[in-house]
Design a protein around this ligand. Sequence first.
Ligand SMILES: *Cc1c(COP(=O)(O)O)cnc(C)c1O
Length: 436
Amino acid sequence: MANDHISEAISDLIRAQDADAAGILARESERQEHTLELIASENHASPAVMYAMGTCMTNKYAEGYPGRRYYGGCEFHDQAEELARDRAKKLFGCDFANVQPHSGAQANAALFLALLNPGDTFASLELSDGGHLSHGLKVNMSGKWFNPVHYPLIRDENSPAFETIDYEAVEAVCMEHKPKLLMCGYSAYPRVIDFERFRQIADKCGAILHADIAHIAGLIAAGEHPSPFPHCHVVTTTTHKTLRGPRGGLFLTNDEDLAKKFDRALFPGTQGGPLMHVVLSKAVAFGEALQPSFKHYQQQVKANARALAMALMDAGYRITSGGTDNHLMLVDLRTRDADLTGADAEKWLESAGIICNKNGIPQDPRPPMKTSGLRLGTPALTTRGFKEEQMTTVASFIDRVLESKGDESVAEQVRSEIRELCEKFPLPNAATATPA
Ligand SMILES: *Cc1c(COP(=O)(O)O)cnc(C)c1O
């Protein structure tokens, strides 16, 4: 169990009533404590963020918005939502925030309902180039009921901008199809997004510009990635990735009319009662992100990503686009070993205590269940205190496991070294309320 007294008290309380559930919780806590979390979309929330969710705020129906609820008894829920909204607006420097989306995909679904009619055209990045499933996947509502057109990354290997956004293609696609909505912001893109350039294109083709900053919200909040404001008309994000809050979504804008449309599209359009325990936790997380220490954290996230990318390149792996500007990177495994797949690498690394996900690389010749790449991110390891030195060690762990092609004794040796390293960098606990 995590070495934190509140966790232990909670786990004892659950165990007294339900040993099965308590056992699962204990095993998951132990897994997080002693493995290396390199999934780019995950993080370790602080105890205050986690425990705000485990409260009586979950008991209340608060359908509607502050001051306009469909149920009585919402005085303190209004206060919680106002606090979360005010902090979100301050954090991102904008005029309107909706803190009720249950998740990033829910925020995007409400955005479609707010701005588009069935059959309307919108533009987004090719999903195989790093886009998100809620940006037009055929089986997703966005791809089934609307008409996605896609822009690519630069395909020319000789271009210095190889595998970065092809802004000329964005413009060409938009001028040809005249989308109502132009989406930027991705799930596996390691470079800076030029929101200003996107706005020029949106203005030229008459589209509303949307940034989905799910992955980079923490960097943006800390001023470590350019802000989507004032360029983007509407912004959606998750709150649990680099932003290090509870699992949830968030909508932001400077436009009052678009804010009203989104509010209605979220409730009653696509959601019922808000998760008020999560809204309270969002307020806590945004409060943490407003602290100076959060900027230092995000700077370290980026420095760690650069260090990990460099060490892997030194070991013979190609990093797509030649590196990273943010918290994540895509590793092309074929340059180290032509036969190595993302699926095998993910499985072998997990057996050694390194948790990451296989990911297609741009123009990947292999199918999505195999892939030629791994996506690695540094937000979670940075939260537990890792610096550049430890990232170099992590790169050597990864290379040893992949070099051995999943050999069990190598995996076991690496797993015990990782356990030792993790003991030196415990997860954020109650004694250090805000992780460094
Ligand atoms: C993670 C992600 C989402 C979805 O978030 P969920 O909370 O899992 O629904 C949406 N857009 C992008 C770009 C993402 O990376």
